[in-house]
Design a protein around this ligand. Structure first.
Ligand SMILES: [Zn+2]
Length: 95
């Protein structure tokens, strides 16, 4: 999967550090984030948006309401898969 390094920023929800962006699985457009794109924190699931400087900002309720249901489902799946992989990696590290 394509990864796009970004300068370090923190999730506005959980404070986890984010230093790269990646498209959702199934998005074959291998481009980096652009202003207005959505940003989903893979730790807490907070949905944010990239501003003109590609900093993350909170979405307005109106913007959040416009996210299509299909996209929400894809994001929820990506989040679940990421968190599963994280748990597996953690378990492996303990043994
Ligand atoms: Zn977060």
């Amino acid at each position: 999967m394509a990864h796009f390094p970004m300068s370090m920023r923190k999730c506005l929800g959980c404070g986890e550090e984010m230093d790269y962006a990646a498209p959702l699985p199934g998005d074959d457009d291998p481009r980096g984030p652009r202003p207005g794109d959505l940003s989903l924190c893979m730790y807490c699931g907070l949905l944010m948006a990239f501003d003109e400087e590609l900093e993350v900002r909170l979405m307005t309720p109106q913007e959040a309401a416009r996210v299509p249901r299909k996209e929400r489902v894809r994001m929820a799946r990506a989040l679940r898969d990421f968190q599963r992989a994280q748990r597996r990696a953690k378990r492996r590290a303990l043994h």
